[in-house]
Ligand binder design. Structure first.
Ligand SMILES: Cc1cc2nc3c(=O)[nH]c(=O)nc-3n(C[C@H](O)[C@H](O)[C@H](O)COP(=O)(O)OP(=O)(O)OC[C@H]3O[C@@H](n4cnc5c(N)ncnc54)[C@H](O)[C@@H]3O)c2cc1C
Length: 475
């Protein structure tokens, strides 16, 4: 099978039209039109359907898995199981979600711990720029605890009829040519079992929603992606310090906190999350984290570290996202944006979109299973139409503005522009760019050049680091 390879020439060309394409970001409707069609309780299954169902296994119960399972569970011709190794999993994550997700995924307000309305960008020379001034009173970035969000989405899928299995998928046997059923091997931890019971299950279609270390991706030979390692400490600070971060998130840039990403302080329910990430020098992650604590300084001083966590963040799509009837979504597919490291919305969206498109194909096929070509022609095509320009633009921005201290200094200076703030927030909060203004675009171009010169004059040069093995391995 021909792998879907990333076409660099096309990518650059697309980047030019990227902003415009993002402006009209495709609003996927799918079979349920992105809307709930009925309340869970109103969904009953006709007994006539029971013996002719196809079985779909969703592996992973994070946002991508839960949102996929919820859609399959509403389709009477499918029996849906959702396999999650740890039902109370608290995925290491900053937990920032865009406003549009609250509406689109009908998230109750109680899931949002904090509504961030102000952001500070802090440059390598510690210049602070407040952003968020363009936000309307009802606009915010939501801060969630992942154990709460994931638990809620998973319970909703279960209410719709998905069968939960508390199990770790260890292996998948793929039938010759993907003809026939897939055999999933798992350790079932049902009840309070510490040691799982070995089980096998045959299914017709698999959704790989099992995150960055995906077993499904391995079984389908989806190919590798490069990844950042992200490290985060949950710090319980005193009430006065917490008050400071009540509605405020901070982003720090500088080669001290990361040679190619940013460091953050995000407010959570009753503490702050302090973290950073890197691809090019992963072995030095603890040094960067130490620098983050130092940069935040008195604002978190004396705080108690209540949790330490680390996890990979994918850098780009996997070479193959559909093989046979095995389909990747969320982090397993590689749907995290560069620059911001955002993945929750894209996970939920891709899970929902993949399931909606597969169900639509089955309906059009008279209930038959979809082929690989049909899945690629619907889910993959629509997802890329909607979001590939966003990935390309943010990748370019990261390459330009996180590459050295001069560029980082310029980046923070540019964030003072009301126009930059508006475009940035609109594209983040609503996944579209609003009010593009050609005159402002040209002004911005000149200001960028000016900022780059000033940045070069002000910012300290980056310290060299030696990590030829990892940095050269970058895909
Ligand atoms: C430190 C850090 C900070 C981040 N901050 C943000 C942020 O602020 N905002 C944002 O939008 N994104 C953020 N991200 C990215 C975000 O966390 C991911 O993009 C998102 O969680 C992807 O969701 P998912 O459902 O695809 O995968 P995951 O959330 O990783 O869920 C996968 C699930 O599968 C389960 N699983 C894995 N293997 C198996 C198996 N073999 N069998 C059964 N179950 C299995 C896991 O237990 C897990 O519950 C951050 C990531 C990191 C690491």
């Amino acid at each position: 099978m021909a792998p879907q390879r990333y076409n660099r020439t096309k990518a650059v060309a697309l980047a030019v039209v990227g902003a415009a394409a993002t402006a009209n970001a495709f609003q996927a409707k799918g079979v349920f039109g992105g809307q709930r069609v009925a309340t869970p309780r109103s969904l009953t299954r006709s007994a006539a359907h029971l013996d002719m169902k196809f079985k779909v296994a969703v592996v992973g119960g994070g946002p991508s898995g839960a949102c996929a399972a919820e859609i399959f569970a509403q389709y009477p011709d499918v029996e849906t199981v959702i396999i999650e190794r740890k039902m109370d999993n608290a995925k290491p994550c900053g937990g920032a979600i865009p406003l549009c997700m609250v509406d689109e995924f009908k998230l109750p307000e109680k899931l949002i711990d904090r509504k961030v309305r102000k952001m500070k960008m802090i440059s390598p020379t510690n210049r602070e720029v407040d952003i968020g001034t363009t936000l309307k009173p009802d606009e915010y970035i939501g801060m969630v605890r992942r154990e709460i969000l994931d638990g809620y989405l998973r319970s909703r899928a279960i209410e719709y009829g998905a069968t939960p299995i508390n199990g770790l998928v260890t292996k998948i046997d793929v039938p010759q040519g993907h003809n026939g059923r897939y055999k999933i091997h798992l350790q079932n931890y049902e009840g309070a079992q510490k040691v799982g019971t070995k089980e096998e299950m045959e299914v017709d279609l698999i959704i790989g929603a099992d995150g960055a270390n995906s077993r499904v991706a391995k079984a389908m030979d989806a190919g590798d992606y490069n990844y950042a390692i992200a490290f985060q400490e949950r710090v319980r600070v005193n009430p006065e310090q917490m008050k400071f971060y009540e509605e405020l998130a901070e982003m720090y840039v500088g080669d001290d906190v990361s040679p190619d990403f940013y460091g953050w302080v995000f407010p959570k329910y009753d503490h702050v999350a302090v973290g950073t990430g890197t691809v090019v020098n992963r072995p030095a992650i603890m040094e960067y984290q130490k620098a983050m604590r130092e940069r935040a300084g008195a604002k978190i001083e004396g705080g108690t570290i209540i949790k330490i966590e680390a996890h990979p963040i994918p850098e780009h799509y996997r070479p193959r996202r559909v093989v046979g009837r095995m389909v990747l979504v969320g982090d397993a597919a590689g749907y995290v944006t560069k620059c911001s490291g955002e993945g929750i919305y894209f996970a939920a969206k891709s899970g929902r979109m993949a399931a909606e498109e597969i169900v639509a194909v089955m309906k059009a096929n008279g209930g038959k299973l979809p082929t690989e070509a049909q899945i690629k022609d619907t889910y993959i095509k629509k997802y890329d139409q909607a979001y590939k320009p966003t990935y390309i633009v943010l990748d370019l921005l990261q390459r330009i503005f996180y590459s050295n201290n001069a560029a980082r200094e310029a980046f923070v200076e540019m964030c003072e522009s009301e126009y930059v703030q508006k475009v940035t927030f609109d594209s983040y909060l609503y996944k579209r760019v609003q009010g593009n203004n050609p005159v402002e675009d040209i002004k911005l171009l000149f200001n960028t050049v000016g900022s780059l010169f000033r940045g070069a004059a002000l910012a300290p040069p980056d310290k060299p680091y030696s990590n030829p093995v990892e940095s050269l391995k970058r895909l």
